[in-house]
Ligand binder design. Structure first.
Ligand code: F6R
Length: 351
């Protein structure tokens, strides 16, 4: 057994490296998703289907919007635009619906998006655990989904995704059917025992992925659907394990990033493919050819397959495996997966 595997199977070490109990939040994730799927906006939105949906959020709070958009895919004629930044884009006009998502409720960019939505008199709904966004929405009677507090935003992905699905279904935009939501909840629940710290390295896919990456930097590539999760894996690695990660999607990366794999530094990277049993044959072929062309340049190649049949289950299962993988990477690196001191300091200086 390798030194890394020993470390990942030492449950006492978890408590030393993870004093805030990020693992408890991850163990609780399936329950979180179930609770999140029951949440509703108060007061209800009560609008006709909008021509465009703009999800305003940053970091972990934007991730729910990314998954919402990836899940909607070709099913919705209405575009879901994820806006990361101050204000709102010009497409947020007329009857456009703005979903302002901030777990803490205090993110400056999202509060400025709310200002813009109010100024443009757009239909608006807030998804938050409180803060200034919670206070403002309750004072102004803006429909609000109130989330339980106490989590790190990136570990509240269930709360930041499932209410969006319900909100949109209630106004006639079905991103996922109730049956697909039910399947996603079951799939995530079934994944837990295989990924949790008690499950030893040789049987634990998330630990194996972390061990394969180890000192290398992960370069995570998804397909047209799983590309959104690749980006989430990257940000989870950055925030939890505090190291660099790359993300991209096929086919686009075949047209540019592929050339970077000729660099000698590729040997310091772990190629990670996020695969999906439902990916088109052309995409499966591209993964195979990409592996033939650049696999030998990488330090190693890992693959992780989505679980479930519906698109939502496939996306959420991959996101959940990525959360655990980045958690174990943090443990291997001996860094607290919970705290984000530089992000906190930046927010403090910007106030
Ligand atoms: C921290 C995290 C960050 C935050 C981001 C926005 O765990 O994931 O990416 O999500 O700084 O803050 P919130 O989500 O509170 O609006």
């Amino acid at each position: 057994m390798s030194e890394g595997a020993r470390r990942l199977d030492d449950l006492v070490a978890f408590k030393r490296v993870d004093p805030h109990g990020a693992r408890d939040a991850l163990v609780d994730f399936p329950r979180q998703c179930r609770a999140a799927a029951r949440l509703r906006a108060e007061p209800p939105l009560g609008i006709d289907p909008p021509p465009v949906v703009v999800v305003a959020g940053m970091g972990g709070s934007a991730a729910g919007g990314d998954l919402l958009g990836a899940c909607a895919g070709e099913r919705l004629a209405v575009p879901i635009v994820v806006h990361r930044g101050y204000g709102l884009p010009p497409t947020a006009a007329g009857r456009a619906l703005v979903i302002a998502v901030s777990y803490s409720g205090d993110t400056a960019e999202v509060l400025s998006a709310v200002d813009a939505a109010l100024e443009r008199r757009l239909p608006l709904v807030a998804v938050t655990s409180g803060g200034a966004l919670g206070e403002r929405s309750s004072r102004l009677g803006i429909p609000r989904v109130l989330l339980p507090d106490g989590l790190m935003p990136r570990m509240a992905l269930g709360y930041l995704l499932f209410p969006g699905l319900t909100l949109l279904r209630d106004i006639g935009l079905e991103v996922a059917t109730e049956a697909e939501v039910g399947e996603a909840l079951d799939v995530v629940e079934a994944l837990l025992t295989g990924l949790a710290p008690e499950r030893p390295s040789e049987e634990n896919e998330a630990k194996q992925l972390a061990l394969a990456i180890d000192e290398r930097l992960p370069a995570v590539y998804g397909g047209p659907v799983t590309g959104a999760v690749a980006y989430r894996w990257k940000t989870d690695v950055e925030e939890n394990a505090k190291t660099f990660a790359f993300a991209g999607a096929l086919p686009e990366m075949n047209h540019n990033t592929i050339e970077a794999w000729r660099a000698p530094r590729a040997a310091g990277l772990q190629l990670v493919f996020l695969r999906d049993h439902d990916e088109p044959a052309a995409i499966a072929r591209r993964f195979a050819v990409l592996r033939e062309l650049v696999g030998h340049s990488a330090g190693g190649v890992s693959e992780c397959w989505a679980r479930g049949r519906g698109r939502l289950a496939r996306l959420v299962s991959l996101a959940y495996i990525g959360q655990w993988m980045s958690y174990y990477l943090a443990i291997l690196r001996g860094v607290d997966p919970w705290t984000v001191p530089l992000l906190d300091e930046l927010k403090r200086r910007m106030r």
